[in-house]
Design a binder for this molecule. Structure first.
Ligand SMILES: Nc1ncnc2c1ncn2[C@@H]1O[C@H](COP(=O)(O)OP(=O)(O)OP(=O)(O)O)[C@@H](O)[C@H]1O
Length: 259
């Protein structure tokens, strides 16, 4: 388990994009061990998911670096890759495989727990416990993943990511298909991850309510650049960048409540 304060993932002057077309223009970001959840917000197309992909090694930098414990994420060697896969987990909107019609929830979670043990991350989680955490009933265990609703699948993806008890959990719009009541409950449980298990969470979301509830600090990304950082309520109360003002204007009730 990582020591508090240790920098686990660091993006430094990071530039990256697709097919030579730059999307991120020099982003600096650190995710430390056992730190309170951090949010990333910003307009559609700002580069939030691209940043997440770069942090987990799926977009190599054009310039600058993205490192995991000092090692370049996109160039990890085989042993380091295994360690990284257990220590840093990403959940995206549609992260559960549905191509195998026979894949059951139980098989999916059991495989994840086996993989976690192979990566040297031993703990007492079970498929039942993982389901319980994401508020899915036990009768889902024999169900095939394909037959689950979008919101159920999102919760399963979260349960799967937690199988390794990662040091860092990166959530890219993970709760979009979940109804507000349940979302609120899941957020409450996610909050306990940091306090009880020492898992650092990075949350990317358009839902400012969720971000405010979970994250003590946010980065606002606009056109591939971080334009503001701080507690969301403070940023919305006194926007000092047009994109932050737009966020406050687009979610007036949230902004008002946070003032
Ligand atoms: N696979 C891809 N190939 C080419 N361009 C891409 C690809 N994925 C994203 N882009 C482009 O990169 C830019 C940033 O996209 P990204 O998905 O990172 O934005 P985002 O902030 O996550 O947006 P949203 O909030 O809508 O999910 C956009 O202009 C998008 O069209």
């Amino acid at each position: 388990m990582a020591q508090a304060g240790e920098a686990i993932i660091v993006a430094s002057a990071l530039h990256t994009g697709y097919d030579g077309q730059e999307v991120l223009h020099g982003v600096d970001l650190t995710i430390g061990a056992r730190e309170p959840a951090v949010g990333i917000v910003g307009p559609s197309g700002a580069g939030k998911s691209t940043l997440v992909r770069a942090l987990v090694g799926l977009r190599p930098p054009y310039a600058g670096t993205a490192t995991y414990r000092g090692r370049t994420v996109s160039k990890l060697r085989r042993g380091d890759k295994k360690e990284f896969a257990g220590a840093v987990r990403r959940v995206s909107q549609d992260g559960v495989p549905t191509s195998d019609p026979r894949l059951t929830v139980e098989k999916y979670l059991t495989a994840a727990l086996k993989e976690a043990r192979r990566a040297g991350r031993t703990h007492a989680s079970t498929p039942e416990g993982l389901l319980e955490f994401v508020a899915l009933e036990q009768h889902f265990l024999p169900r095939t993943v394909r037959t689950m609703s979008g919101g159920e699948r999102q919760r399963l993806a979260l349960a799967h990511a937690l199988a390794t008890r990662p040091d860092v959990l990166i959530l890219d719009e993970p709760l979009t298909a979940i109804d507000p009541g349940l979302r609120s409950e899941i957020l409450r449980r996610l909050k306990t991850l940091t306090t009880d298990l020492g898992i650092s969470v990075l949350l990317v979301s358009h839902d400012l309510e969720s971000v405010e509830r979970l994250c003590s600090r946010v980065h606002v990304l606009a056109d591939g650049v971080i334009v503001a950082t701080g507690p969301l309520s403070q940023l919305l109360a006194a926007p000092d960048h047009p994109v932050v003002a737009d966020l406050a204007a687009a979610a007036p009730l949230t902004a008002q409540r946070l003032r």
